[in-house]
Design a protein around this ligand. Structure first.
Ligand code: ADP
Ligand code: SF4
Length: 670
């Protein structure tokens, strides 16, 4: 299909200092959990984005010196000349597709770990450093500042040698340059005090980076548009003053937010284009190009922001992870095929925990090099086998989509009236509406495929499967929440679990009405316990959330959500009992026990919702496993996240009729 001419403006080249971006699609820096440890994995992933039409593709945070080491989180690095060839691989793969490569030079100051390098943290003042680490920064004297600028300059020169086109001076988030810029800078020399003094270091770095590499490289500054964190007052006065002082110095302004929870907020709390309001003033104080982000997946939103002069370049991290081919799809008039980011932040968990990035929507993310998976291309079918998929949740839908693309003849049977499995049920829960994009994208694609049929309201049993006589059968029947309380904390059933007042999340999702007061017992620790408590409280019920963890939804620290969830729970008037387990369920209440002291207390409850663990629905699989060619995928194989279910469905489809190595399932870097 030809491109809609309205979108032509998105494909105009943009001059950025001495370089020209081929279009307005700019993949802003984002961490990957690959970093210097996995350069080939990284290069292949970034290369695929350039192939997909991103006119600029940047690195993640790239450490310039051992005093800014972030182990166990693998950053990119430009500590010495050995790093040049590793990053040059990425640059080459990006250049191969005519895109620009950008590098975000990073010094964390108090915000790095330094436990691997054992170098002292440095900063403008002596403040606590690391993540609750019992260490403080060394105050930088003038010589230290000169040294730091020298490291920055040398890293910029190495970056130029690696072939980068855009070199970032990183003055955002809570890292070293911002530590100088912020009012918390306690210095009383020319690098502290007045705003002019606090901006001095940034100004010198921009000038010196331009002197060092500005003949062929553009110099970008990443900066925030307002002072407030998530949910706080978004005061723009001081950032505006900084722009008024330095606005014309760099070649590009990359505008972001003060904290990650806002900048990369999940769809549960932050809508598309959330930064627009706080950053729309930026172009009025600089003539230089401006890029900003906002989980843009809608071409209409991108168009509006460019047309209205809010940005020159459309910045994206997550939309480029979920769909590396987003620009190409707009260019080819295939907007309906954009695999829209659902705003779940599963991609951030790798960065948080130190493993390579993955994505709920895009199962090929991170697998480009080690498995040779491509987000758009998949080998043609290896046989004429017909495939029956039982269950149309994320796993079954992904298997159907990928097998359909390969050309297999696919039949999908779904028991319910709608496809989508858990995402269709959970979209009714507070804040989870956008997750239904997992269903909708796959439905859009399979609806166009003549070789894929699906049948709704079709509860398939053993006899029907045998009668259908497909060559291959895959069971994707999901999992159900346990009713007996077994989970992480309890390896035995909680006494009283058969009390009629006990409900599971499946009961809530199925429409069973709860009576207050309610106890929600969360031993799952991801989103479900918190979301159900919020839903029931929203219905006016008195709710107590009990969890053995020390905070609500503790795993959501890895998706940058936990503090927001805890704040919402407390503000909503939900009573919170952390560090507490259920020792017995009685009629009319529960007996709860402190996990540290064993002290018990009674909590009245007419309903007890147990959010503990799930049971795979695999009876059908076991009833047939000795009779036919049958496999199971998704939650039916091993209950997990939507991301693990999609990955499982994709893997099944990829591996059909392919030679899969017996030993290791993927290549490793050494
Ligand atoms: P996953 O996340 O692994 O895809 P879900 O629980 O989201 O798992 O989806 C499983 C789907 O399988 C649900 O939509 C459910 O209705 C469907 N299903 C379960 N048992 C059967 C069956 N016997 N026949 C057809 N569909 C089934
Ligand atoms: Fe978007 Fe979730 Fe994929 Fe991240 S993991 S890019 S938030 S869909």
């Amino acid at each position: 299909m030809p491109r809609d001419p309205r979108f032509d403006i998105l494909f105009e080249p943009v001059t950025i200092g001495p370089v020209t971006a081929p279009n307005r699609f700019h993949q802003v820096p984002h961490a990957t959990g690959m970093g210097y440890r996995r350069p080939q994995t990284l290069a292949a992933m970034r290369g695929v984005k350039a192939e997909g039409g991103w006119g600029t593709v940047c690195t993640g945070y790239c450490s310039i010196h051992p005093s800014s080491d972030d182990e166990p989180f693998p950053t990119d690095s430009l500590w010495d000349d050995n790093d040049v060839s590793a990053l040059a691989m990425m640059v080459d793969q990006v250049h191969e597709h005519g895109s620009l490569a950008g590098v975000e030079l990073w010094h964390g100051g108090a915000g790095s770990q330094n436990s691997y390098s054992r170098e002292p943290h440095i900063g403008p003042s002596s403040v606590p450093a690391g993540v609750y680490a019992p260490v403080q920064t060394k105050i930088m004297d003038k010589r230290d500042i000169r040294e730091f600028k020298k490291w920055h300059r040398e890293a910029a020169i190495r970056a130029k040698r690696a072939g980068f086109d855009i070199i970032y001076v990183y003055a955002a988030h809570w890292f070293l340059i911002l530590q100088f810029l912020e009012p918390s800078n306690q210095r009383n020399d020319e690098y502290g005090g007045s705003l002019e003094n606090r901006t001095r270091l940034l100004k010198e770095l921009i000038i010196e980076t331009k002197e060092a590499v500005g003949d062929t490289c553009a110099v970008a500054v990443r900066f925030k548009a307002s002072m407030g964190g998530f949910g706080q007052d978004q005061d723009t006065a001081e950032p505006r003053e900084v722009l008024e002082l330095l606005g014309e110095l760099p070649d590009l302004w990359d505008i972001t937010a003060r904290d990650y929870r806002y900048e990369m907020g999940t769809s549960r709390f932050v809508p598309e284009a959330a930064l627009e309001e706080t950053m729309s003033w930026v172009k009025s104080v600089t003539t230089k190009p401006v890029v900003s982000i906002g989980r843009f997946t809608s071409p209409e939103t991108m168009l509006r922001l460019v047309r209205q002069g809010v940005v020159d370049l459309v910045g994206a991290a997550r939309p480029s992870i979920a769909d590396p081919f987003l620009p190409r799809k707009i260019a080819e008039g295939r907007e309906d095929e954009i695999r829209e980011c659902i705003g779940c932040n599963i991609c951030y968990t790798g960065d948080q925990l130190g493993f390579p990035i993955g994505c709920t929507q895009n199962p090929t993310m991170g697998e480009e090099w080690r498995k040779g998976w491509h987000p758009e291309r998949i080998p043609a079918k290896g046989s004429d086998s017909s495939v029956l998929i039982v269950g149309g949740g994320p796993a079954g839908l992904e298997a159907a989509t990928a097998l359909g693309k390969r050309g297999y003849s696919v039949t999908l049977a779904e028991a319910r009236r709608e496809l989508g499995g858990r995402v269709t049920l959970e979209e009714e829960l507070p804040g989870l509406r956008e997750w239904n994009r997992v269903r909708d994208w796959r439905l859009t694609l399979i609806s166009k495929m003549e070789n894929v049929d699906y049948f709704l309201e079709s509860v398939v049993d053993r006899e029907q499967i045998l009668e259908f006589a497909a060559d291959r059968v895959v069971i994707a029947t999901g999992a159900k929440w346990r009713r007996d309380g077994i989970g992480r904390q309890h390896d035995k059933q909680i006494p009283g679990w058969q009390t009629p007042s006990v409900m599971t999340p499946d009961d809530v999702l199925g429409g069973r009405v709860a009576d207050g007061p309610v106890v929600v017992y969360d031993d799952d620790h991801y989103y479900m316990g918190g979301v159900i408590a919020e839903k029931l409280r929203g219905e006016g019920l008195e709710v107590t959330l009990v969890t053995p963890a020390n905070e609500v939804s503790t795993w959501t620290n890895n998706t940058a959500e936990q503090p927001i969830i805890q704040e919402r729970i407390l503000t909503a008037g939900i009573r919170l009992k952390t560090g507490t387990e259920l020792s017995e369920i009685q009629s009319g209440g529960v007996l709860a026990e402190c996990v540290y002291t064993g002290r018990t207390q009674e909590i009245p409850a007419s309903t007890v919702v147990l959010v503990t663990s799930r049971v795979p629905q695999d009876d059908l699989f076991h009833s047939l496993r000795d009779d036919i060619d049958i496999e199971r995928i998704g939650d039916c194989l091993a209950p997990g996240t939507i991301a693990t279910a999609v990955y499982s469905g994709h893997r099944y489809a990829r591996e059909m009729d392919e030679d899969v190595p017996d030993g290791l399932p993927f290549l490793r870097e050494r």
